[in-house]
Design a protein. Structure first.
Length: 325
């Protein structure tokens, strides 16, 4: 079977972006704590390839994917193509030096995971980035194809989710840094942030918004709470709207700032980031007064949702400056 090329265009998972930001901050805390104890916080090259089962999937894959892309290699002992592909992936995991983590999953022992990922045949290779699963390819593949796919994966992880990989030290003891990173002390707002995430998971957007506001009341600059609040408020605004009606109104009234803002928010939630930004920049260009200011302010809020470091935000900021001045 020919490899399936992955497509990451338009990937924006609001909860995943937030998870990535939280884990990035906690990973930095872990490195600081390791340094305080006299360690480096670095992984051994042996820690870049791990065996994962259903019981450890949440901890070893989902949580780790908020620090580094996790590549999943679904294999079986009886699978001859797997025996050709797996050593290549293992060698590349070491060569990429912490830019991704390779998790090997024996399908015979983990049938539930195989079903959850909808796998029809092996070898099958997926990635999980900030909690979001992405298909990479199925079947044997040439090494240059694998490298191209991995290069795209690590680029997307860095540019869109701020995941720059793990620190690797050839002299580190296997398992040392990973254990330390899982024993982080709780931060002063962890309970409130966890409550916000639980509220989001249950669909209680008002509860999530209030939890984030409670954090910001004491710490107005808290980055996780600011990002979470912006995302939750966006989801609340689009909840229950009729997408077809919103888009028709925007098409019929190109000069109506309110209609364009509503359509732009649907664009963003749907993963069409450039479309959302472009729509509001055009609205700024064709409107004046309060309408223009409303479009500008909402665009700045959407920048916060996607993240200031995202290259699409950087490009849109330049375009907004040209539209304004």
């Amino acid at each position: 079977m020919q490899p399936r090329n992955m497509s990451m265009s338009g990937v924006v998972d609001l909860a995943a972006v937030k998870a990535a930001q939280e884990a990035k901050a906690k990973a930095e805390q872990a490195r600081v704590e390791a340094a305080r104890r006299g360690g480096t916080g670095a992984l051994s090259p042996a820690d870049l390839v791990i065996d994962v089962d259903e019981a450890g999937f949440e901890l070893d894959v989902i949580q780790r994917s908020a620090e580094v892309p996790v590549v999943l290699d679904f294999w079986a002992e009886w699978c001859q193509p797997c025996k050709q592909l797996s050593p290549v992936l293992e060698r590349l995991a070491v060569e990429y030096n912490g830019r991704f983590l390779l998790a090997k999953i024996d399908v015979d022992a983990n049938q539930m995971l195989m079903q959850q990922f909808g796998i029809q045949g092996i070898p099958a290779v997926f990635a999980v980035v900030a909690g979001q699963a992405l298909p990479l390819f199925q079947g044997a593949a040439a090494e240059d194809q694998i490298r191209g796919t991995l290069d795209q994966l690590v680029q997307v992880a860095e540019q869109r989710f701020g995941l720059t990989g793990l620190t690797v030290d050839p002299d580190a003891e296997p398992g040392g840094a990973a254990q330390g990173e899982r024993e982080l002390p709780e931060g002063p707002y962890d309970a409130l942030l966890n409550a916000a995430v639980q509220a989001l998971d249950s669909g209680d957007l008002s509860g999530a918004i209030q939890a984030y506001r409670n954090v910001l009341k004491d710490d107005p600059g808290h980055p996780e709470a600011k990002l979470g609040l912006a995302q939750a408020e966006l989801l609340q605004r689009v909840q229950g709207v009729d997408p077809a009606a919103v888009r028709k109104e925007a098409a019929d009234s190109p000069g109506d700032a309110r209609a364009q803002i509503a359509a732009a928010e649907l664009d963003l939630v749907g993963g069409h980031v450039e479309d959302a930004f472009g729509r509001l920049i055009e609205t700024v260009q064709r409107t004046a007064g309060d309408d223009r200011d409303a479009a500008r302010v909402r665009l700045l809020e959407l920048f916060e949702v996607v993240g200031a470091d995202d290259p699409r935000v950087t490009a849109a900021r330049r375009a907004l400056a040209r539209a304004l001045f």
